[in-house]
Design a protein around this ligand. Sequence first.
Ligand SMILES: [Zn+2]
Length: 384
Amino acid sequence: MSVWNDLVGQEPVVAQLRKAVEDSASRETGRMTHAWLFTGPPGSGRSTAARAFAAALQCHETPRGCGHCALCHQVLHGTHADVRIVRPSGLSYGVRETRELVLRSATTPTGGRWQIVLFEDADRVTEAGANALLKAIEEPPPRTIWLLCAPSPDDLLVTIRSRCRMVTLRTPPAGAVADVLVRRDGIDEDVALDAARAAQGHIGRAKRLATDPESRKRRNEVLAVPGRLTGVGPAVDAAETLVKAAEADAKAITEELNEAETAALRQALGESAKGRMPRGTAGVLKELETRQKSRETRVKRDSLDQALLDLASYYRDVLTLQLGSGVQLVNADREPELRAAAGRMTPEATLRRLDAIVGCRERVDANVNPLLAFEAMTLVLHGG
Ligand SMILES: [Zn+2]
């Protein structure tokens, strides 16, 4: 057992980080790199890698990052006083929040050797926020280390990423993902392998697909869409079905979180037994509400994105069959249907459909009304 155990299929990254930890222990603190950028596709384990690194940097055992001492435990569970984990809940992280973070990061560590800021989704920092962040990593206090996580280096200002040491995670192979589901979560081998393939290397999603019937059901509904596109009417209906399902999904996820958060904040602010709030607390509650709305927007977008990725995997499989490349199908359970589709259209037509899906992702990202973007896409999927 060690802190690196949960990093699936990332041997080169583990070797790189282990070496950095050993170097940090043997060298003067002045030689330590103060800003690191962890990149990799969603679900590859960017923040898992950053967290393991943070634990190993604080651990005193040999080898560092033992995974069972109190320090490792605290970092991994987010309770270590000198490791601050920042997880933006909304679509963006503003300049005021970033400045506050920069100020706090400059303090001397209370007990550990380093003051570490682990910034998940650092790509959500606004431009003004990024400039505040840049100043902090340009002239870092001697004991502060920034661990930034983002999907790709392009998601950060070039001035920031040029000051970071890069840690590049890859999409873990399905076999490695399945292994961890079997070993860590006790999931049946066949189920684990199917889920790992369907999730295309996204470890968290593979686990959800293996353990949550609802998420399997939603995925099947998305994959049933291509077969139902028998005309313009059904294509328009399919767009609506997809968008509504994503919205319902996001609502279910966020409502639960919102209720608990609001109740906790009201209590912390001194809510009376009759449910009355003390004077002057309305502003704080309003601020929470704004943050929650922003999070709902993001969860909804993630959910729409997931549907698009599943659809793309369908046409990728069709193309694989058309080209006879022998690559493992993502949706092996639908092979007969995929073969039929492969026989019905040309590879060029399949590529047009994949293009339409990519285009839809871009439009949703650019804040186009999702229903309009999805309709444009399903019309191409039907007749393009
Ligand atoms: Zn340890």
